[in-house]
Design a binder for this molecule. Structure first.
Ligand code: HEC
Length: 135
C-alpha cells in the first residue's frame, strides 16, 4: 500500500501514518497490543485515554520520559512523530484543540531523564490530577 502511495502528493498523509504505524508495530505493540488496550499487569490501557495526560501539568513530559518511550530504539525525530501519532490515533477525543505535535528537541530533552522505578508513582499522581479536574 505504501509503495502505491509513492509519488502521489494527495496521499502523502496516509503514507506518513503508515510509517508511524509500522514503528508502533515494531517497537510498541508487543507490550501495548495493536489497539493500545494493553494487558492486565502489563502495559496500561491507552485507548480513549492517553491524550488526557497532555491536559494536566507535567503530563506531556511524562509521556516522553516513560521508559518504553524514552529508551525506544528510534531517533528523536521519529519518536516525536510516533508519539504524536499515538495520541491522535488512540485517543483523538481527549486531545486539546491547541495540541502541538511533539518536536525532536522536546524528545531529546525528555529522554535524557527517563523515568525508572518512579514511573508508576508519577503516573499515579497525574491520574489523580485528572480526576480532580474532570467533572
Ligand atoms: C516492555 C514493554 C513496553 C514497550 C516495548 C513499550 N511500552 Fe509503553 N508502557 C509500558 C508500561 C508498563 C507503561 C506504564 C508506565 C511504566 O510503568 O513504565 C507504559 C506507558 C506508556 C505510555 C504512557 C501511558 C500511560 O497510561 O501511562 C505511553 C504513551 C507509551 N507507553 C507509549 C509507548 C510507545 C510509543 C512505545 C514504543 C516506542 C512503547 N510505549 C513501548 C510498557 C511498554
Amino acid at each position: 500500500m505504501a509503495v502505491v502511495a509513492i509519488g502521489k502528493v494527495s496521499v502523502a498523509p496516509s503514507f506518513a501514518a503508515d510509517v508511524d504505524w509500522n514503528r508502533w508495530a515494531i517497537g510498541c505493540q508487543g507490550c501495548h497490543r495493536p489497539d493500545a488496550s494493553g494487558s492486565t499487569g502489563g502495559a496500561p490501557d491507552m485507548k480513549d485515554f492517553v491524550s488526557r495526560f497532555v491536559t494536566v501539568p507535567g503530563g506531556r513530559e511524562y509521556l516522553v520520559r516513560v521508559p518504553g518511550v524514552a529508551t525506544a530504539a528510534f531517533s528523536d525525530k521519529d519518536l516525536a512523530a510516533l508519539l504524536t501519532f499515538v495520541l491522535r490515533r488512540f485517543d483523538p477525543q481527549h486531545l486539546p484543540a491547541d495540541f502541538e505535535p511533539y518536536t525532536a528537541e522536546e524528545i531529546a530533552a525528555g529522554r535524557k531523564h527517563p523515568l525508572r522505578t518512579e514511573a508508576a508513582e508519577v503516573r499515579q499522581r497525574l491520574l489523580s490530577q485528572m480526576s480532580a479536574t474532570s467533572h
